[in-house]
Write a protein that binds this ligand. Structure first.
Ligand code: XMP
Length: 317
């Protein structure tokens, strides 16, 4: 029978044997998988694991600072890199969803390569790959897929010459969470919803700018905080907001407005392969809609996405 404690002991012994006194570099995303994988490797080899957490400017509001802080509290050896502008530059004028993913993936590779080249004597690349990623599934659009396509296209980044270590590649998401809890990782990280690697970059339909990111961060924050405050967060598998590339007419006081529309999305799912839209209470939706329109400058309309997957996907891009 699988238990997290047995898994953890075996995994740590295995990692120690495999890695010995070598150094490992690993990119952290703030998500469950990379955080659990890093903690496990850290338990095995301590300071020889060097983590890199990149601010791509497409994270949720305050996420970079808060998550970096959690990592430091967990004792991880982590380098925080502010690369916001690099990502915004790479995204300027790019509107096609797959082109955006590529731009974001390539910018990430550049930043990560630059950081790992500063480190001496690294032999391994740690990754938070989990079993469903291995069997195609959601990682088809994920960062590892991006790295692969990059790899096929041209020069191999230096960090790709490292041997890969993926301690979670036999686990499902619920098992990863169980392992994370047994490792005493804070619930704030373990219980968090999945968040796509390209982040808000694929929730801003059309081209991405720093201003649009700011707007969407505020909208998303109100929605996610609302879910938490109303005890709904844990009943939802994933939630977020999309900034639509259209404006609609509204009225404020005696003034006509012509401003942005945002869509809220909350789904239930097991693995992201299929998903049902969640019947959030009307009162809740009404309250959140009012709060968004009152507080977020430039948004005058909120809609709720009632499509399931398939045929719709969870993300809009
Ligand atoms: P879709 O939109 O395909 O999303 O129904 C399924 C799950 O995958 C996430 N997703 C991504 N994750 N890179 C990622 O790391 C991506 O490019 C990407 N696209 C979608 C999405 O958030 C959902 O959890």
């Amino acid at each position: 029978d699988w238990t997290s404690d047995v898994f953890i002991d075996a995994s740590i012994a295995d990692l120690k044997a495999k890695i010995g006194s070598d150094k490992v570099v690993m990119g952290l995303s703030g998500g469950v998988d990379s955080s659990v994988a890093a903690t496990l490797i850290h338990r095995a080899i301590g300071e020889n694991l060097i983590c890199v957490f990149v601010d791509n400017g497409l994270l949720r509001k305050n996420e970079f600072e808060e998550v970096l802080d959690s990592y430091k509290h967990m004792g991880l050896n982590v380098i925080g890199v502010d690369a916001k502008q690099k990502f915004y530059d790479a995204l300027a004028g790019v509107t096609d969803p797959e082109a955006k993913r590529k731009a974001i993936g390539n910018a990430f590779i550049e930043v990560f390569d630059e950081e790992s080249n500063k480190l001496e004597g690294v032999k391994w690349l740690g990754q938070g790959t989990i079993y469903p990623d291995v069997i195609e599934s959601i990682s088809v659009k994920g960062p590892s897929a991006t790295i692969k396509s990059h790899h096929n296209v041209g020069g191999l980044p230096d960090f790709m010459k490292l041997s890969v270590v993926e301690p979670l590649n036999t686990l499902f998401k619920d098992e990863v969470r169980e392992v994370g809890r047994a490792l005493e990782i804070v619930e704030k990280i373990i219980g968090r919803h999945p968040f796509p690697g390209p982040g808000l970059g694929i929730r801003i339909l059309g081209d991405v700018t720093a201003d649009k990111v700011k707007t969407l961060q505020e909208v998303d924050y109100i929605f996610i905080q609302g879910l938490k405050d109303h005890g709904l967060y844990d009943q939802v598998w994933q939630a977020g907001a999309m900034l639509l590339p259209i404006q609609s007419v509204g009225v404020m006081g005696d003034e006509r407005t012509y401003e942005k529309v945002v869509a809220l999305r909350a789904v239930g799912s097991v693995d992201g392969m299929t998903a049902d839209w969640i019947h959030l209470p009307y009162e809740f939706l009404g309250k959140i809609s009012n709060e968004i329109i009152n507080k977020v400058k430039g948004v005058n309309r909120v809609v709720y996405d009632i499509s399931s997957k398939p045929p719709a996907t969870i993300e809009w891009e």
